[in-house]
Design a protein. Sequence first.
Length: 243
Amino acid sequence: MFPELTRDDVFRLETRRLWLRWPRHSDAASIARLAGEREVAEMTARIPHPYPPDLAAPYVLETRRAAMEGASLRLAMAPKAQPTRLLGMIGIEPGAAGEAEIGYWLGRPFWGQGLATEAARAMIDAFFAFTDGEALAASVRVGNPASRRVLEKSGFVFEGPGFRNSTLRGSFPVDTFRLTRRDWASLKAWSRDGWAPARPQAPELVLVAGEADDGEDADAPRHRASGSAAATATGRPLFLAAE
């Protein structure tokens, strides 16, 4: 699904407040503690509650393996001021219907700050910039208005109710959403803070978020990708400098 540049061990995305980076073995304890909270785990299809501590390290290894193979891209959310601190996880991977699907969770202490929306917008921009995918799908559990708002503020369109099947939780009702490349491009073109295309000779691709989240500064959060390879995304030159 993802090209070679996203498989690099130093690949990351930068937003105004966050690094979206590869998860590390040192994140395992935080993953088990934050993802295992009932309020977080029960809103997902695959996170158990309580979270067995010995599952976190294999999860990190599996996440890295899938990224190295280009099958999915799951990144840890970390504050730029404390890049080793894990706040949550966000990822894009093939969904049950074969269409790419975005998913995320954020530790309970960090709710209500617009961080999930900031991370989601960066991942969405990266998906449409770095891949040929025509649409992103998403689903949220019925009764999870916070995740629903993240999708709506990121441009997703409600498609209707449905059911999600999980080996952990069986079948449960969800609201389904979808964002097409065409809609994403339109939102970027019309938004005051839309993505500013780079000039042909520019050495860098800058992804700019849409409107600021509620309670955040109106300054546009700038999304950058970094890594250790050079590539071309959507016809624009892209230079990725090593960390």
